[in-house]
Design a protein around this ligand. Structure first.
Ligand code: TPP
Ligand code: MG
Length: 433
């Protein structure tokens, strides 16, 4: 057989791979001048019923409404009344106050785990404001602002975080992985990116049933590298599913920077182009821009004009979770230098510029919210905190799956209870025999 020598000889360079590397590591000075931040108000706003391709220039640009003088400008200005703006500001501040207290609760040993969404409050709160209350959200662990905006009781959230006897999920979910059918908040799954195909499937079912509710799904930019993202995009595009697909690009996926999900090649919003669906890229720290983009996509889906992929460009201001230490892998200056600012400060300054708010009112609101969260925490603590024994009775872990417990599970339950009684005889609880 003739040997294939063509590739062996010659002066071809050896093949090599490119491995992305973040710009800044701990201790590095941060300079974001490479990052294009277009002026607010410059992008045009196409009609919600436009061909998807009309939105494609917006997938590489950035929708921004709040300008440097704290004014709302341009065609994407949603023109919200001051009362709605104040409600959004309050929900964002409440989300932050709740995060702060739960973070401390974890450090005090009241729960094993917590995740904050600091710097990303505008995304969940303004998006929830644009949805109808009964639209179904498929959230990740960083959209607690959706539950808070919809008025879900804080006590219920704390009960879940403490895995206590008041926990509606009976201690079966990781803390912060809430679930509420009544509030249109699909059970949070730790298996990332599952949110996308589940939301598309739910939206398709809603359409098949002739319902009017749409679905809205969230993934982080890191999770968009999962196969689920692409399968969901295909189904959404093919069947024109009534769904909004949100990618929260907060630059980091635990200690991996966005480059490992493809951010150095193009924007996350630009992936919409390859599937032929509408795409928008928005300043995620600008609550008005998030609201405007969300409202556009929600109206489009509800009018049977199909799905929209929205990239919310933002920054994860704190650690990934209470188990993380970002000072080990990124420069602390990133947060300080972040060119899009803080979402709560920006909305506050806008309301003050409108003459509809003041620093004094903000301080009073912050104090009130701290008390509000504290009261909810105290109330939930009556149901117990982690490790204090006031969880759901042990035997309940075998319940709620089968209508009638099969014999082998009954045996296992009895054995587990017997073993626990031998190991910890002092832990007698209701239901023990
Ligand atoms: C399928 C899957 N792979 C890996 C993990 C572990 N994991 C948990 S959070 C996380 C980072 C996700 O980053 P991103 O999607 O950017 O969301 P963010 O945390 O920044 O909001 C990873 C890899 C997981 N939970 N599920
Ligand atoms: Mg991320």
């Amino acid at each position: 057989m003739a040997e294939n020598t063509a590739r062996k000889g010659g002066n071809l360079p050896p093949l090599e791979l490119y491995v992305p590397e973040p710009r800044y590591r701990p201790g590095d000075l941060v300079d974001y001048s490479h990052l294009p931040v277009p002026p607010a108000g410059q992008l045009s706003r196409p009609d919600e019923n436009c061909p998807a391709s009309d939105t494609w220039p917006m997938t590489t640009d950035m929708i921004r409404v709040l300008d440097e003088e704290d004014q709302a400008v341009g065609p994407w200005n949603p023109g919200l009344d001051p009362e709605t703006l104040r409600r959004m500001l309050r929900n964002m501040a409440l989300t932050r106050a709740f995060d702060d207290r739960m973070y401390r609760g974890q450090r005090q040993g009241k729960t094993s785990f917590y995740m904050k969404c600091t710097g990303e409050e505008a995304i969940s709160v303004a998006h929830a404001q644009a949805l109808a209350q009964d639209d179904m959200v498929f959230p990740t662990y960083r959209q607690q602002g959706v539950l808070i905006s919809r008025g879900y009781p804080l006590v219920e959230m704390v009960n879940q975080i403490y895995s206590n006897r008041g926990d509606a999920l009976k201690g079966r979910q990781l803390p912060i992985m809430y679930s509420s059918r009544d509030y249109g908040f699909f059970t949070i799954s730790g298996n990332l990116a599952t949110q996308f195909p589940q939301a598309v499937g739910w939206a398709m079912a809603s359409a098949i049933k002739g319902d009017t509710r749409i679905a809205s799904a969230f993934v982080g930019e890191g999770s968009s590298a999962e196969g689920d993202f692409h399968a969901a995009m295909t189904f959404a595009a093919v069947y024109n599913a009534p769904v909004v697909l949100n990618v929260v690009n907060n630059q980091w996926a635990i200690s991996s920077f966005s480059g490992f999900a493809g951010a150095e090649r193009t924007t996350f919003a630009a992936r919409a182009v390859g599937y032929g669906i509408a795409g928008l890229r928005v300043d995620g720290n600008d609550a008005l821009a998030v609201y405007a983009a969300s409202q556009w996509a929600v109206d489009r889906a509800r009018a049977n004009q199909g799905p929209t992929l929205i990239e919310h460009f933002t920054y994860r201001a704190e650690g990934h979770s209470t188990s993380d230490d970002p000072s080990a892998y990124r420069s602390a200056q990133e947060r300080e230098e972040w060119p899009l600012g803080d979402p709560i400060m920006r909305l506050k300054k806008h309301l003050i510029a409108l003459g509809e708010w003041s620093e004094e009112q903000q301080d009073a609101m912050d104090r009130e919210l701290v008390e509000h969260v504290k009261a909810a925490t105290k109330e939930a603590e009556k149901n117990g905190v982690l490790g204090h024994g006031l969880h759901h009775p042990f035997h309940t872990m075998f319940e709620d799956v089968f209508e009638e417990l099969p014999w082998h599970l009954e045996e296992q339950a009895a054995q587990a209870i017997r073993e626990r009684q031998i190991k910890w005889p002092e832990w007698k609880e209701e239901g023990d025999v």
